[in-house]
Design a protein around this ligand. Structure first.
Ligand SMILES: Nc1ncnc2c1ncn2[C@@H]1O[C@H](COP(=O)(O)OP(=O)(O)O)[C@@H](O)[C@H]1O
Ligand SMILES: [Mg+2]
Length: 227
């Protein structure tokens, strides 16, 4: 489903090019649940932004369903992103003045769905994460775990095949983390492809496979066996 070939990313710092990702190649099959682990600053979020078509690499190829995405125009990348990918972030990224329901409806507003359909699908998604009794609450009236479940409902509402989560339990207590991980496991069981970034070994254990990154490079299998 997903294949990265020799992806590099660097940022310009004054006159200097600072390499962040170096020659990353990896593939992820449809329906896999993969964790990406690495220390802070190793390039995990940069890699997630590329996987999620939020950013483009400096060099390399990114194939999604066999299409080379990097030759595509920004508008098309945005379409692919909206249709195929659901995002979950450590800090939830909810709109503070909107209710849970309005936050979950937002991707459907962008997808130009009709009001009635938006409402029904957002309610379904909130039910799925166990928050049907919180639909009128605003983020400030919700706990961290509930906010993350609203964010997961928002990621699911367009029915994407691919869920990308960047440290989704990083801001949560252990009980809420457990609930969030259970949700990801059940999405995986339903057949979704889940990629979860974490720096927590216990969190990574929930995935079928873990990819390790250090200083912008993936560890080899040999190196991984020593982690
Ligand atoms: N927009 C940017 N411009 C310059 N450097 C950046 C930018 N984004 C990230 N970096 C640098 O890239 C490195 C990796 O960052 P990041 O991908 O956020 O790491 P992680 O998520 O693993 O903590 C860090 O050294 C960071 O300072
Ligand atoms: Mg990060």
């Amino acid at each position: 489903m997903i294949s990265l070939n020799n992806i590099s990313k660097s940022y310009k710092l004054g006159k200097e090019e600072v390499p962040i990702l170096k020659n990353i190649s990896l593939s992820i099959k449809e329906g896999e649940f993969v964790a990406i682990m690495g220390p802070s600053g190793s390039g995990k979020s940069t890699l997630m932004n590329i996987l999620g078509c939020l950013d483009r690499p400096s060099t390399g190829h990114y194939l999604l369903d066999g299409q080379d995405l990097l030759t595509r125009k920004d508008g098309l990348l945005a379409d692919i992103r909206n249709r195929s990918i659901g995002f979950v972030f450590q800090q939830f990224h909810l709109l503070p003045r909107q209710t849970a329901l309005q936050n979950v409806e937002l991707p459907l507003v962008y997808a130009k769905a009709k009001k009635q359909e938006r409402r029904e699908r957002a309610l379904d998604a909130l039910k799925k994460v166990g928050l049907e009794d919180r639909v009128r609450f605003k983020p400030t009236q919700l706990s961290g775990g509930q906010k993350q479940r609203v964010a997961i409902a928002r990621a699911l509402v367009t029915n994407p095949r691919f869920i990308l989560a960047d440290e989704p339990t990083g801001a949560l207590d252990s009980r809420s983390s457990e609930q969030v991980l259970e949700l990801f496991s059940s999405l995986h069981q339903e057949g979704k492809t889940v990629v979860m970034i974490t720096h927590d070994h216990d969190v990574a254990k929930k995935a079928e496979r873990t990819i390790f990154i250090r200083d912008g490079e993936l560890l080899t299998e040999e190196e991984t066996s020593h982690v």
